[in-house]
Design a protein around this ligand. Sequence first.
Ligand code: AQP
Length: 343
Amino acid sequence: MAFTPRVFSGTQPSGDLHLGNYLGAIKRYVEMQKTHECIYCVVDMHAITVWQEPADLRRATREVAAAYVAAGVDPKKNIVFNQSRVHQHAELAWVFNCVARMGWMSRMTQFKDKAGKNTEHVSLGLFAYPALMAADILLYKATHVPVGEDQKQHLELTRDIAAKFNNDFGPSIREQGLDADYFPITEPVIAGPATRVMSLRDGTKKMSKSDPSEQSRILLMDDADTISKKLKRATTDPEPLPSEEKGLEGRLEADNLVGIYAALADTTKAEVLRQYGGQGWGAFKPALADLAVARLAPIAAETRRLVADPASIDAFMADGAARASETAERTMSEVRRIVGFIR
Ligand code: AQP
């Protein structure tokens, strides 16, 4: 069956948004709304897989929704809402907990990274997180999911869950008169020069909300001075920039900064190197800081303006949730019948 092309993606309100979230995901959200029907979620239920102070969670939920809009997502044309308002996410996630296999979940590298050696003490939710993510996507039968590189494995799991559900429940799906390919096999959209923005302090680690070092990330809400200082202090090697991409091989920090520049300038790394090849960091870092400030300052200003009026954010999220609920309930009522639940 041909599914209507539909985009779903989400960001956790688990801390302050950073440049990785923007370049890997939110910037893509803005681009994809031009060509697709889009659903953008603030995934507050994912956020509580690690402890969140309730007041901080409320603040961050509104701030992420505001940042989507400030970056250019239109909440009238698209659906923008916070996940916990649409209870079908949790309901489908439970069904998927019973479809996904322990072996699949145990291979998730993000769980291993986040749990570290502490697996006895992390929440069960952190382990089950990818099944909830599959539910987020498949509830809307989304065909495309713009994400950063770090989410690739979770998207593969979503595809496995969809295929196993379609297969396990095949006879019941047909009995209900529904198409045998009930859930789509979703495509990840991981593209552009900054799909994995790395820490400014360590080129082997991704830029992350939860990194203990503030200097490791540029926040969407950082002011110009802070952005310049963080970039000036970013770890680099002593060599000048190469003139071709091949010269970035093995130079993780240099590759990261060139990728960030290319993504912010809507160009390619090759083009950035044509312009800056042979120059030192003393020339490149200030140029990158100017570009980052030019791109991020308007988003930060608009986010601040929006969060000053929380009622208006709550209003567009409530409207988005009402529209999302229609599709979510349509899918869930079919899934209940497919699985054999009596209502
Ligand atoms: N460093 C990154 N580079 C590119 N994309 C990134 N994303 C996250 N970090 C980078 C993308 O941002 C979207 C939202 O991410 P999330 O809120 O689900 O959180 P996360 O992937 O777990 O990463 P964070 O933001 O750094 O949070 P913590 O520290 O809690 O792990 C996703 O599309 C993600 O790929």
